[in-house]
Design a protein around this ligand. Structure first.
Ligand SMILES: Cc1ncc(COP(=O)(O)O)c(C=O)c1O
Length: 372
């Protein structure tokens, strides 16, 4: 079946291995198992617990321990509202595979992770892209969205907090979006892979699954818990939707790795320690980013309020693809061009990693940009 190229992944495949300064990463610095144990105060006595595990398929839809831990990330979700997947990428894919038929109308709020429009398009759905705008602080204009969603819209795809902009939809606005969906009886798939990394107030904003009967939340260990290598994610929704999804899931997952399930449970049970670490890192990186943006006349930036990425506007007349490929060739700095996210004139910068490199790379980038 035809599917468009995944532009962000292609960019990574082409440029990541030669990057001297990697400002494209969206994870907060990943943890080793030793670092995880140190952070949560466990000794390597726990090794026996791991080495004694029989490497069978484990619990098919995820262990009770893991589902119990995930339920603590939501306000009203039980075991039968949760299924475990191969990362958030597997979660989003399974949701679409289970719910979208050829000819269905899909509204995808962009910029977003490309899965949210390219997969439904490849299934033969009619995908309409609703573009977020910088002038609205990258938040949806509710009146416009209301007109955009039609009676027969089957599903609205959102990403909150948003990659790349770092915008977080305020709770009241999310409720307005639910009302729009409810009128059309549409599902909302909300990719909540950065939920837990709000910079101000409660680090977890409201989940779509907790406020809408047809709301589907996807999440994972990659960003909030710095454990992308576990390749573990989840879907949370009402039990009928989960049943439907599990029917598809039997054909493509069986179960996730038993060790991935174990470490994910341990990490989520210690969520406060990991999230504190990550929010501190984000605070440091964000300060470097904002100081840089304020001091460079070529750069405009709506400060991110969640997640690990910012979407930067540059005031130079050159396409973002050409800019980023020239930049990397001449300086070794890897930044993601907005064109890979359907919005030229912008650049995505990840700021949750390696702060010395971040500061140095941004200063080199500013000097380099002045030559245009
Ligand atoms: C918005 C969004 N959704 C999903 C994913 C995939 O996450 P995972 O690594 O958990 O599969 C990413 C990864 O960058 C992402 O940014």
């Amino acid at each position: 079946m035809y599917i468009d190229k995944f532009k962000v992944e292609e960019w990574f495949n082409k440029y990541e291995k030669d990057a001297v300064y990697d400002l494209a990463d969206t994870c907060v610095e990943s943890l080793s198992i030793n670092e995880l144990y140190e952070l949560i105060g466990k000794s390597n006595l726990y090794c026996d617990e791991i080495f004694d595990k029989k490497l069978n398929y484990g619990a098919i839809h995820g262990s009770e321990r893991l589902k119990q831990a995930i339920s603590t990330l939501y306000s009203s979700q039980k075991m039968n509202n949760i299924t475990i997947t191969h990362g958030a990428i597997g979660a989003n894919h399974l949701v679409m595979l289970s719910l979208i038929e050829p000819g269905d109308k899909v509204v995808s709020v962009v910029p977003t992770y490309q899965q949210h429009y390219s997969i439904p398009k490849s299934f033969g759905a009619n995908v309409e892209m609703f573009f977020l705008e910088e002038k609205n602080n990258w938040l949806p204009d509710i009146d416009k969205l209301e007109k955009f969603v039609k009676n027969d819209t089957k599903i609205i795809c959102l990403n909150n907090p948003n990659n790349p902009t770092g915008a977080v939809i305020p709770d009241n606005m999310l409720k307005d979006i639910v009302e729009i969906a409810r009128k059309s009886n549409a599902y909302i798939l909300c990719d909540e892979v950065y939920r837990g990394l709000n910079h101000n107030g409660n680090s977890f904003s409201v989940s779509i699954a907790d406020i809408y009967e047809k709301g589907i939340s996807t999440g994972s260990m990659s960003k909030v818990f710095s454990l992308a290598g576990l390749r573990l994610g989840w879907i949370v929704a009402n039990s009928e939707i989960i049943e439907k999804i599990n029917q598809q899931r039997e054909y493509n997952t069986i179960s996730v790795g038993i060790l991935d399930d174990y470490f994910a449970s341990l990490a989520i049970e210690n969520k406060d320690l990991i999230i504190n670490r990550n929010l501190n890192k984000i605070k440091t990186g964000k300060k470097i980013l904002l100081d840089w943006a304020n001091s460079d006349a070529n750069i405009d930036l709506i400060p991110p309020s969640g997640g690990t990425t910012a979407f930067v506007k540059y005031n130079v007349d050159i396409s973002s693809t050409i800019l980023c490929s020239k930049l990397q060739k001449e300086t070794g700095i890897m930044i993601l061009p907005g064109e890979t996210l359907e919005l030229d004139g912008y650049l995505r910068i990840g700021y949750g990693n390696n702060f010395e490199q971040l500061e140095k790379a941004l200063s080199i980038f500013s000097k380099w940009l002045r030559k245009f």
